[in-house]
Design a protein around this ligand. Sequence first.
Ligand SMILES: Cc1cc2nc3c(=O)[nH]c(=O)nc-3n(C[C@H](O)[C@H](O)[C@H](O)COP(=O)(O)OP(=O)(O)OC[C@H]3O[C@@H](n4cnc5c(N)ncnc54)[C@H](O)[C@@H]3O)c2cc1C
Length: 475
Amino acid sequence: MIAVIGGGIVGGLIAREINKYIEDVYLFEAKNSIGTGITKGNSGIIHGGYDDPPGSLRAQLCYIGNQLYDEISRELSIEVRRIGSHVIALDESELAKINELEEKAAKNNVKEYRILERNDLFDMEPNLNADALMSFYCPIAGVTEPWKVAMQSVKSVELNGGKVLKNKKLVEVKRKDNKFELSFEDGSVYTADLVINAAGLYADEVARLFGDEVPAIFPVKGEYFLLGKDVKYVNSVIFPMPSELTKGCLVIPTVDGGYLAGPTAHEVKSKQDFSTTRDGLAEVKEKSLRLVPSLDFSRNVVKTFAGLRPESREKDFYIDIGKSSVIHVSGIRSPGLTAAPAIARYVVEYLIQEKLHINLEKRKDYISHVEKIPHFVDTDYGYWVRAIEQDPEAGEIVCFCNEVTKREIREAIRNGARTIDEVKFATRISFGECQGSFCVSKILKMICEETGLEPKDVLQNEKGSWIIDSEVRTI
Ligand SMILES: Cc1cc2nc3c(=O)[nH]c(=O)nc-3n(C[C@H](O)[C@H](O)[C@H](O)COP(=O)(O)OP(=O)(O)OC[C@H]3O[C@@H](n4cnc5c(N)ncnc54)[C@H](O)[C@@H]3O)c2cc1C
């Protein structure tokens, strides 16, 4: 059996890649849902790959990952919007840095970019700061929903005979007859022939369970505002000039029509510190307004949130085989979600096949396509009408912000969603302006109807995040 530790975008895609060759793959995720670690809280950008340090593993895998997203999108039924990105020069000193970006792009073999003069830039992005002088435009950059990539990857693993086990936190490892005996927090034990550690922020701690050392991971927090869809701000991703530490505070259209402003980049002490702060949000406001002055932070804010980057002093991905023969996929900071499909191939084709000399043959019975739950308002009218004829719930809108129907929610629950957030990330319900005020009770009721759970047992997301704390008369 091959075990993958960690059900984020990286572990999900690695498990899927291995599963193309071997049926006996197990993915173990510590939390009760998939894709809710780093994969949940980030900018969602498929980067162009032009500005990672030339020669780094990040640079090597980012552009390939970007290109693989066409296939990922087709096979996993994921929405990828290649809306392009601009790095904006706002003054003379920043103009010089556009040349540096061109030099880096050349070293990283990225050819898909153009330098746009003021007029062309404002034709594309009329709401930019009027001081903008020029942009480095990359048309292959885009946005996606990284948690959906993780969720659809594990769906693909299950479809092809692999196992995806949640609430499985790896806590102890023993070596037995050249195999690994993996013990989990819930007392269960599994034996694996090969292990891939893709534990995100905790990959350094998981490596230590195997007696291996990888570069220490420390969390770097990024705070964001999510803005609503009712105002049109920009058409593409807007970057300032990048610094050594970060790509800067950006303005990003989201897949479902809203906008993100952020992130900050400040080292924090705890890997569990997802708080937003007055100072962090003030910094996001100031920096993003410098790019797009019309951003309305007084009336258009939907929510604020923070994500944690798994940073290392080396500032690069660490993907290698440890002394124990375990493959560690660690330090997967930005552009990790872009690179993730390429990381999965690197692990299987280079580390497993070439370095560990394990011969693998592609399965003939492998099913590459995974269906998604149709979002009916995005389908054509005839399709939707036929769906309603077959099932009236396809016409019953439950989420008015994102126009999600009862049918979509029921499908998500039938596909295994048990928490409010699992339904939310599968369908986009309660992602919108009302943030669930109108729909959480309806989702809760449907989870109870479908699964037989008591309302007090339904969680928002992690353990202890119950919504109702006592008996209810009726729901
Ligand atoms: C603020 C911010 C912005 C970013 N923006 C971008 C961007 O725009 N584009 C881009 O390409 N990248 C971006 N990134 C980087 C990208 O989000 C990450 O590289 C990627 O999500 C990492 O995914 P992962 O699967 O490695 O980690 P995770 O999603 O954290 O998955 C690891 C999983 O392992 C599980 N786990 C941990 N310990 C154990 C254990 N002992 N046993 C079992 N399971 C365990 C965790 O619960 C978790 O679910 C950004 C990151 C941040 C924080």
